[in-house]
Design a binder for this molecule. Sequence first.
Ligand code: AR6
Length: 168
Amino acid sequence: MTFDRIELIQSDITILTVDAIVNAANTSLLGGGGVDGAIHRAAGPELLEYCRKLDGCPTGEAKLTPGFNLPAKFIIHTVGPVWRGGQFDEDKLLASCYNRSLEIAASNEIQSVAFPAISTGVYGFPPARACKIAVRTIKNFLTANLLPKKVVLVCFDKKTCDLYRAIL
Ligand code: AR6
């Protein structure tokens, strides 16, 4: 069942033992605050060195790196849209982040992948709207694909967890 393949937890994403964690990065892929800063700190300086060679990443796209010092083997860096009121393709770009990350996971035989709530921090995407898009996009992808076997939705705060729980 597709539903069984989605798990919800409240945690720091950097401590999770999954095949891949997703980073809510910016187009430079050179680090930042929020979950991006936490991932760079936990993965170590080799991550930044590796990212320098990737030539950034457009909004709605994703790129794969090793996990370096993380328990996760890989990091999938995706760039969420900055919320600008909803008339600038924000919904579509956010769905694309989830889709492209899952496509990269599947094509690299990644069995388990953990997502933070992309764009809902510094980028200001309304959390309830973002969580709905995340769940819908992930469910559609899992219905059509055998990999990844498991998707973990990671919430840093209880409020996001409650939103996800209501939607799931
Ligand atoms: N583990 C899990 N979730 C986390 C963690 C963590 N360690 N830390 C924060 N969150 P944000 P964005 C949650 O701002 O909105 C960076 O500077 C957080 O509570 O990290 O996509 C990048 O470089 C929120 O629910 O990402 C970009 O410039 C969610 O992760 C920009 O921020 C996303 O918040 C991207 O902004």
